[in-house]
Design a protein. Structure first.
Length: 271
């Protein structure tokens, strides 16, 4: 797949999905965003949570060879042969406790509006369903344009696949959307007073947290500091912008969490 064309494709799709969110949420009554009475103290708390998250990711990826051995042993004990399933389930056992810790810390701080993290209206549900269908169609179209195969790593509705989706939801979808959208977006908004800048800065933190996995997981190798900053501001996959707009327009975390999970879980079936 040509890198230049793929980047253009990713940004075009990201912009299209953001516009979809805006059009689908027109006329909706805006719900209030969380309010932080002690903003400076809250910044310190946010920095601590982000450092914990980054530290855990660094620890996992720098010691991946030990973790992979443990995961392989786990798969052997459970009688699982598919490496994708074994990897995701093993990742859940290592990362799930930390993910739940980060989620509940944000839940504790969002005293004024915790319903934004755990509730969803039927209109939000329709938006999620539409997004799943549109994203799947776009993925198939991408494969046709760039000549990529449609490979099913494991049956979408098997027990293992359902378990993987549940684990991915708690590890990535719900936890990351709670931290980077449900918590950081209103916190940034209380300082910047601009929805656009608040969503952008939250996306920068979101993308920065994935730099470690890109370096170790995709073998990018060490990168210069200016490349690091550029990657955070203009990511290869601008999905953080879509998640941000989805949160800001619906004022809920769950729609973005479900969509986020699907991108991690469903795309192996269509790429």
């Amino acid at each position: 797949m040509n890198v230049d064309k793929s980047i253009i494709w990713n940004y075009a799709v990201g912009l299209f999905l953001c516009l979809m969110v805006i059009l689908m949420t027109r006329g909706q009554r805006s719900r209030p965003l969380p309010v932080f009475p002690h903003k400076i103290r809250e910044i310190g708390f946010a920095v601590a949570i982000l450092l914990i998250d980054a530290g855990i990711l660094l620890l996992v990826w720098t010691h991946l060879h030990f973790i992979m051995r443990a995961i392989a042993l786990l798969g052997h004990k459970l009688g699982l042969s598919n490496p994708e399933v074994v990897l995701k389930l093993g990742n859940a056992l290592f990362v799930l406790p930390i993910s739940l810790f980060i989620f509940f810390m944000c839940f504790w701080r969002l005293k004024s509006n915790r319903k934004t993290l755990v509730s969803m209206t039927w209109k939000d549900g329709i938006i999620v369903i539409v997004f799943l269908g549109v994203t799947t169609a776009i993925a198939f179209l991408r494969n046709q344009i760039f000549g990529l195969p449609n490979t099913n790593l494991f049956p979408p509705f098997s027990l293992a696949s359902i378990l993987v989706f549940v684990f991915q939801f708690f590890i990535n979808g719900w936890q990351e959307e709670t931290l980077y959208r449900g918590y950081l977006v209103p916190l940034m908004l209380s300082f910047l007073r601009s929805p656009f800048l608040s969503l952008w800065f939250a996306s920068i933190f979101f993308d920065a947290s994935h730099i470690i996995s890109f370096i170790y997981g995709f073998q990018f190798g060490p990168i210069a500091w200016w490349q690091y900053i550029l990657f955070c501001i203009f990511p290869f996959q601008p999905t953080g912008w879509v998640f941000g707009v989805l949160y800001y327009r619906t004022r809920r975390v769950l729609p973005g969490a479900l969509y986020h999970t699907y991108l991690l879980w469903g795309f192996p079936f269509v790429r």
